[in-house]
Design a binder for this molecule. Sequence first.
Ligand code: BTN
Length: 273
Amino acid sequence: MTKKLSNLNEKKRILIVLELEKFDIKLNTDFIGRNFIYAEEINSTNSYLLDKKNKNLVDGTVVFAEKQTEGRGRKNRVWYSVKEQNLNFSILLTNRKYFPKNINLINFASSLAVALSIENLFQLNASLKWPNDVLINNKKVCGILLEAVSQGSKIEQLVIGIGINVNQSTFQGTFNIPPTSIRLEMNETIERERLLAEVLNSFEEILYETLSNPKEIMRDWKSRCRMIGEKIEVNEGNSIKYGIFDDIDESGTLLLKTKDKIEKIHLGDVSLL
Ligand code: BTN
């Protein structure tokens, strides 16, 4: 099931790099991650799957990288992650039968899968921040970048890029939400293989549920979003809006209650006031 982009069998590195056998034994999916591409270094796992040269990869392919030289975040931000410490990977979906009617639901499904995996494995409370960040103790532990390739109005490919801070212990730079890692929160080194398998198992299960029971996914997601009902600031890039985070509608849009109306927010950075 495993295809490697580079040879990782040097004995001295075996404890640092991802051990594919350990991951494989925990993977319990029908198709997600069954074709697994491991890269020691790559520009970006999302870019790899979006590259036309790789358009024949099977549905559910997962590309994992120990290091990304051009890791990307939302709004053209850089996603930086120390080599071999974290989980940086992308999932490819090509079969439209697994696309929920509202593609935005994939954002909620993926962040929910990460939050549930962290809760199950480490008994940490993971909360969710609109549209798709995962937080522990109000600090960001995971970011998700969903990208699509369309032909006309038809979506042909979905790429879900997930970056989880697992064992990184220091962070440099300026952040709009302070970062953390699971190791920092647990005070111990974390086995990445088990977490990766758990996230993929959980993602597939939730993906099926987005098709059969989308309302339940949104209910679960909202129950982990601590900002609903609170006063917030929404930075849309060229404007800042203030109001109460009223709700998230069925299409995943944030509803902001201002003095005299409810405004729909499709994109933006949200913070508590
Ligand atoms: C964000 O919080 O802004 C989203 C960060 C997404 C990072 C992941 S890491 C794997 C995948 N490849 C990328 O270049 N980005 C995503």
